[in-house]
Design a protein around this ligand. Structure first.
Ligand code: ADP
Ligand code: MG
Length: 346
């Protein structure tokens, strides 16, 4: 059958049982007419969920259902309830900045699934693809920082949200363990610093964290960035989101060295717009934690359980390690210092 416009050619194949479960979820969400069987087209790129375009009578939509195991080289367990955390995060973000996330069309707790508006890839390119293709707009990074800090500021000090997103065990399983604990296994000399990072991060509960603010999970629409993929949502350390996204911008310099200055400008803009909106704690305190997290994340995305797929050469991995390891031992206090040092890291 023809693949609908905008669907990548390497779209995955859906098993009959997956298709049936998605249909049942769509029916429970009352998004189908009686006896309607929409065309279901899985999207590529997902590692932790089934994410499928459904062409319904009412129009296209996107349905996401959590997988019990993640599709990466070293698998780690993650409970399917992360789908609940994701849809809950999307709803909170929608209240803070309507348009910063896709509209939620339905929610099916029984099937660990939810449905959202279909955002046409031609109108909503993935930021990662733009960055790779040299479409590097510092104003996009500025808008990402602005929206991210607005979500953190709006959720800081909210006891009800802290209870609703007390996903500490899941955040440990999805982030702290596969990234920092695994990196410590590979680098025993850094184990003390990484363990300290795990403890500080786990013990900081200040605002609603997305947990996966990567250019791959941000679509860029005419009215600004749209955040996706909030499966790691957790009430915790907002510095994690900032460091996570900045880390991707630094690693992109290794991916496409010719675009390095553009990525670093994005780093500066994101940092400035984010730090300018921090109003729940002293900026210096947040920035110091972000610096430590950035050092840990640089190493973790090379030697953790989920290495970035675009750094493939041993020499490139060594380049990142030679930068990250001393930074872990002697953490910077300013993000601008890390950026300067990275800019001149030979
Ligand atoms: N609402 C949507 N409309 C159109 N495409 C989407 C939508 N949500 C996700 N996608 C596409 O699917 C990809 C994977 O979605 P994501 O939520 O990040 O899933 P995963 O958890 O599997 O990474 C995105 O990068 C994007 O290309
Ligand atoms: Mg994703």
């Amino acid at each position: 059958m023809a693949v609908p416009k905008g669907i990548p050619a390497d779209a995955l194949v859906l098993s009959p049982s997956d298709a049936e479960e998605l249909l049942q979820a769509l029916r429970r969400m009352q998004l189908l007419q009686p006896r309607e069987t929409p065309l279901l087209t899985p999207l590529s790129g997902g590692v932790s969920s089934l994410i499928v375009r459904a062409d319904t009578v009412a129009g296209p939509l996107c349905i996401k259902r959590a997988l019990a195991r993640l599709k990466v080289a070293s698998l780690w367990e993650a409970p399917v309830r992360r789908n609940r955390a994701e849809v809950a995060w999307l709803r909170v973000a929608m209240r803070v900045i309507p348009g910063a996330v896709p509209e939620i069309l339905g929610d099916d707790a029984q099937g660990n699934a939810f449905a959202m508006a279909w955002l046409e890839p031609a109108d909503y390119p993935v930021w990662k693809s733009l960055l790779r293709d040299g479409v590097i707009e510092p104003s996009t990074a500025q808008a990402v920082g602005h929206n991210l800090v607005a979500i953190h500021a709006a959720t800081a000090g909210d006891a009800e949200l802290a209870r609703a997103f007390a996903n500490d065990a899941d955040f440990h399983a999805l982030r702290l363990e596969p990234y920092f604990v695994e990196a410590a296994r590979k680098h025993p000399a850094c184990a003390v610093a990484l363990q300290r990072l795990v403890e500080t991060t786990a013990g900081t509960r200040l605002a609603l964290v997305h947990g996966d603010i990567s250019p791959k999970n941000i679509l860029i629409g005419a009215r600004g960035p749209v955040f996706l993929d909030a499966e790691c949502a957790w009430y915790g350390d907002p510095a994690f989101d900032l460091a996570f996204c900045l880390n991707h911008l630094l690693l992109k310099c290794v991916w496409c060295p010719a675009q390095r200055s553009g990525y670093l400008r994005c780093f500066d803009m994101l940092t400035a717009s984010y730090l300018g909106g921090v109003n729940w704690e002293p900026v210096a305190a947040l920035e110091a934690r972000a610096c430590a997290l950035l050092a840990g994340l640089l190493l973790a995305r090379i030697d953790g359980k989920s290495p970035v797929e675009y750094i493939t050469q041993d020499a490139e991995r060594e380049h990142v390690r030679r930068f990250a390891i001393p930074l872990l031992e002697h953490s910077a206090l300013k993000l601008s210092e890390i950026r300067q040092r990275w800019g001149s890291h030979g």
